[in-house]
Ligand binder design. Structure first.
Ligand code: ADP
Ligand code: MG
Length: 690
């Protein structure tokens, strides 16, 4: 058989079309895909114990000879039992497998085998339950008696299958080209790529595994840092529209706000306005605690841009949020004659007037509309601008180079790149943000408006439920409003229709029959969602029952109670986001975490939410105790999708950053590194296609 890296998996032995299509579901189509499919954990079964030493309730690997093996049907539960007896030079132990009758054909008396599994005590004797088995051969074992890779798999593929396939694929490992410069490999004492790939799957020992993990993490972080440096370089040498600071008008704008800006808001606004004055594209991340008032800062920047007769666009992840920005901007700019428009799938407005998409697009391309508000899908629209100079992206950390290019083409002046402001409420410790996002400038709003009261957070046990409902009634009687968030309980209920409908019924008929309750879930049409939100905003409903769709950004100042059902099912970052929906006014606000889970870990986790001062503190806590993978809601919020590197890999992040900076400084065009260039291009593609 003649294997190559790009051969389809079907070129391997013992693989049928069913297995191939199952692999495809994991994104594995070629030999190379298999090689780069890293295990997500490893089980150390390398220690082979003497039978005499095994103890109950622990996992052991033994090596011995089968003295007996046979299958029978158990009389009690009617399941198939395969029983055997294994002997080594120190003793013998009974082995038992459930529901694998074929085993008595695969294994026969006299076979020498490795067995890895849990030992338990049965009546009078110790026995090995459902162990992984593998016959002893001359070559090294694959599934036992070693550090064994464990892969994340979908249904119907087994660990044994994929290990077998990967092991075969590694036969062509020599064709994998090294792409790291020799200098980098030497300086950071990395193992070669081929070796790392071999060792990530089948390490001979812990040291080999660590070497492999280190190298492959370095690869991801290095490529990431390299592309960040490259795009920074690209931006530094690009042109943007320089936007004058309209000092007088902006001062007037700030004075006529219904509140005083916080110092952090002023500082962020100033940094942005200073960036805009330059004829180099701004690339800034505005990171602000939930409810810290990022929108008004962005509005100032867009207003300033409009005053310079240039256009801005602000994009939100959902229609609800786009509509909310629209309302906010309408209010903030009410004393000006700046024209702005809302363009979403279900709504097109200029000022307060409903109009057609066609009309709006005309007015955008004529330059009459200065500020365009929409969802992220605006990029795909056939919109052409007269002079787009500023792009604001809300609740998304990274705006792809590709996306930026697309907007540039529509900007009306393709030779200049629009300034970019991304905004996020995900609190990342500054040091981490700087290392991971070295190509972005960072503004942080940590301070909340002064008059804000701390949200009182409580974990509510089942027996306090009644009292809590009573409290909610009192809040409503005082004119306040309530959010109730329901988790998705039933996996088939992806859009939360059932979870929310059930909760709605209970609240509406049994608990709060006198109150008006609105309902929001993923199945509603955008138009209906919008009208449910509007009802809640204008106080036509007292309670809003919802799935996590209200998660980011929704602003209802009059809401003071956030109830979260099944709180343990949500991540901390997400819970913090939910909580941020209340406490947006001077009223004292509350967050009630309903949890029936008595697990100690869960309690501690939720308790962190009670004690943490703000999202930044929570993030640091999470970073320390849980590792960052899940902490920030990495996947949901468009953070990076590394295969093996983690945010907690500070040391490797630092090294990768230094190495990337040095390389770019010495070889800005990477001309001498064709392999690296190919890698970078692939990496970019994967990064921005999500
Ligand atoms: P986020 O940063 O989460 O996007 P928003 O921009 O939605 O927060 O602002 C939250 C609320 O705080 C809004 O109702 C806004 O009008 C109000 N707000 C913003 N800045 C201030 C301030 N300096 N003082 C008081 N209220 C403010
Ligand atoms: Mg916001």
């Amino acid at each position: 058989m003649n294997l190559a890296l790009q051969s389809p998996v079907s070129a391997l032995g013992r693989i049928g079309s069913t297995t191939a299509s199952r692999l495809k579901r994991l994104g594995i189509e070629t030999i190379s895909d298999l090689i780069f499919y890293y295990p997500f954990r490893w089980e150390d079964l390398s220690l082979i114990s003497d039978i005499i030493d095994v103890k109950p309730e622990e996992t052991f690997t033994i090596k011995g000879r089968l003295q007996l093996i046979k299958s029978r049907r158990s009389p009690v539960k009617k399941r198939m039992l395969t029983e055997g007896l294994v002997v080594d030079k120190t003793g013998s132990i009974k082995v038992i497998w459930f529901n694998q009758p074929y085993l008595s054909k695969v294994l026969v008396e006299g076979d020498e085998v490795y067995l890895s599994g849990k030992v338990s005590f049965d009546k009078y004797t110790l026995q090995l339950i459902n162990p992984v088995y593998e016959k002893v051969r001359t070559e090294k074992a694959t599934h036992t008696a070693r550090i064994v890779p464990v892969y994340s798999l979908t249904s119907n593929l087994t660990q044994k299958q994929i290990r077998f396939l990967i092991k075969q694929s590694l036969g062509v490992i020599d064709f994998v080209r090294e792409f790291l410069p020799d200098d980098v490999i030497d300086e950071y004492q990395l193992v070669s790529l081929g070796k790392a790939l071999q060792q990530i799957h089948f390490p001979e020992n812990k040291k080999e595994l660590d070497e492999a993990i280190n190298r492959l993490k370095f690869d991801e972080l290095f490529l990431f840092q390299l592309q960040a440096q490259l795009s920074k370089l690209d931006l530094v040498s690009s042109l943007a529209e320089a936007i004058n600071f309209s000092e007088e008008e902006i001062k007037f704008f700030v004075q006529s706000l219904p509140f005083k800006l916080t110092n952090d808001q002023k500082k962020a606004a100033w940094q942005i306005i200073t960036d805009l004055k330059r004829n180099r594209p701004m690339n800034r991340l505005l990171e602000g605690e939930v409810g810290s008032g990022k929108t008004v800062v962005a509005t100032m920047a867009m207003y300033n841009t409009a005053l310079a007769d240039k256009q801005s666009v602000i994009m939100a992840p959902t229609e609800i949020l786009a509509a909310q920005h629209y309302r906010t901007i309408t209010e903030l700019l009410s004393n000006t004659d700046i024209k702005f428009a809302l363009v979403t799938r279900s709504q097109q407005l200029i000022g307060k007037t409903e109009t057609t998409k066609k009309k709006i697009l005309e007015k955008i391309s004529s330059g009459e509309v200065k500020i365009v508000i929409g969802t992220h899908s605006l990029i795909q629209e056939s919109v052409l601008f007269a002079s787009l100079a500023l792009v604001v992206v809300d609740e998304q950390h990274r705006f792809g180079v590709g996306q930026r290019k697309l907007l540039q083409e529509k900007s009306g002046s393709p030779e200049s790149i629009p300034h970019l402001l991304s905004m996020t409420a995900t609190p990342i410790p500054r040091s981490l943000a700087l290392t991971m996002y070295g190509d972005l400038d960072l503004s942080v709003i940590r301070e909340l408006p002064k008059e804000r009261k701390k949200i009182i957070t409580k974990i509510i046990s089942p027996k306090e439920r009644e009292d809590t409902y009573q409290f909610i009634k009192e809040q409503v009687a005082e004119g306040r409003q309530i959010f109730v968030i329901c988790p998705l309980i039933d996996p088939s209920d992806k859009l939360g229709v059932k979870a929310v409908t059930d909760e709605y019924k209970i609240l509406n008929t049994q608990i709060f029959p006198d109150l008006t309750i609105g309902m929001l879930h993923g199945k509603l049409k955008p138009k209906n969602k919008e009208s449910v939100m509007k009802e809640f905003l204008s106080k036509l409903s007292d309670i809003l029952v919802s799935t996590s769709v209200v998660e980011v950004g929704v602003d209802v100042p009059n809401a003071t109670v956030m109830v979260i059902e099944g709180a343990e099912r949500f991540g901390l970052a997400q819970l913090h986001q939910f909580r941020g929906r209340v406490g947006r006014s001077n009223y004292q606000s509350y967050c009630f975490l309903f949890s029936e889970n008595k697990n100690q870990k869960t309690k501690e986790r939720l308790a962190a939410l009670v004690s943490a001062k703000d999202g930044f503190e929570l993030a640091e806590y999470d970073l320390k105790f849980r590792g960052p993978g899940e902490v920030y809601g990495v996947k949901q919020s468009g953070w990076l999708d590394f295969k093996i590197a983690k945010f907690s890999d500070y040391k490797i992040i630092e090294k990768a950053k230094t190495a990337a900076e040095k390389l770019i400084e010495e070889h800005p065009d990477l001309k001498d590194y064709p392999e690296l260039k190919i890698k970078i291009d692939n990496f970019l593609q994967n990064l921005h296609l999500e």
